[in-house]
Design a binder for this molecule. Structure first.
Ligand code: ADP
Ligand code: ZN
Length: 214
């Protein structure tokens, strides 16, 4: 049975880190819409040109564009055994599109990472990412000043600036929080405390996803 996971939670909740753990654990791709868009911006593709200003403001790319980007990605052969979606869906309209593709009945496992707002603000202010490969820097890497993966230079993500973070949190509350209502009654919905250490959270998630997929 395919392992299909959706990560929910505010910016800074640890969706990316946990999505990577889960994807590696279950041997399926992590699909991060944020990474896909940042790559498009870096490569100056038409998609990149369309989304760069919106992203810089901390606002959402239109549902129409995002649904098409993800629909296309989910037709590739590497998602046959499943996927971990990180950053999509982010609106009720996007969730509806995903349901039309995969059906509603508990087939998608939804992990809702719950982290207090003060903690996510703190995490995003500290966060550094690799300028070359985009990876989130671990604390060890931040101390060393280089990416552990590719030795690239570490940098502050532009949309992690305090003002943009505020806007992203407002957008999260207005557009993405309603998804909790949308998914909550389903058997595949799991709310998980995300404020614990990354390893601890990863173990909890592997158990949830492993149990649901068995
Ligand atoms: P976050 O840390 O806020 O979860 P992401 O890396 O997932 O950040 O996304 C960065 C930006 O990319 C968002 O602020 C938004 O502008 C855009 N984006 C990513 N995924 C989506 C989506 N599903 N719908 C609309 N916009 C998106
Ligand atoms: Zn790197």
């Amino acid at each position: 049975m395919a392992v299909r996971v959706v990560m929910l939670g505010p910016p800074g909740a640890g969706k990316g880190t946990q999505a990577e753990h889960l994807a590696a654990h279950f041997g399926v791709p992590r699909i991060s819409t944020g990474d896909m868009l940042r790559e498009a911006v870096a490569a100056a593709t038409p998609l990149g040109a369309l989304v760069s200003a919106v992203m810089a403001r901390g606002e959402l790319v239109s549902d129409q564009v995002m649904v098409e980007v993800v629909r296309e990605r989910l037709t590739r052969p590497d998602v046959e055994r499943g996927f971990v979606l990180d950053g999509f869906p982010r609106t009720v309209a996007q969730a509806g599109a995903l349901d039309r593709q995969f059906g509603q009945d508990g087939q998608v496992i939804v992990i809702d990472l719950d982290v207090p707002e003060a903690e996510v603000v703190h995490r995003l202010a500290k966060r550094r990412v690799c300028r070359a490969c985009g990876a989130n820097a671990t604390e060890t890497a931040v101390a060393a000043g280089r990416c552990v993966r590719c030795d690239g230079e570490l940098t502050h993500r532009a949309d992690d600036d305090a003002e943009v973070v505020k806007q992203r949190l407002r957008v999260y509350a207005a557009e993405t929080l309603p998804l909790v209502e949308y998914y909550r009654a389903r058997p595949g919905y799991h709310r998980v405390q995300g404020a614990a250490g990354a390893e601890e959270v990863a173990a909890v998630l592997a158990r949830i996803v492993g149990g649901a997929g068995a």
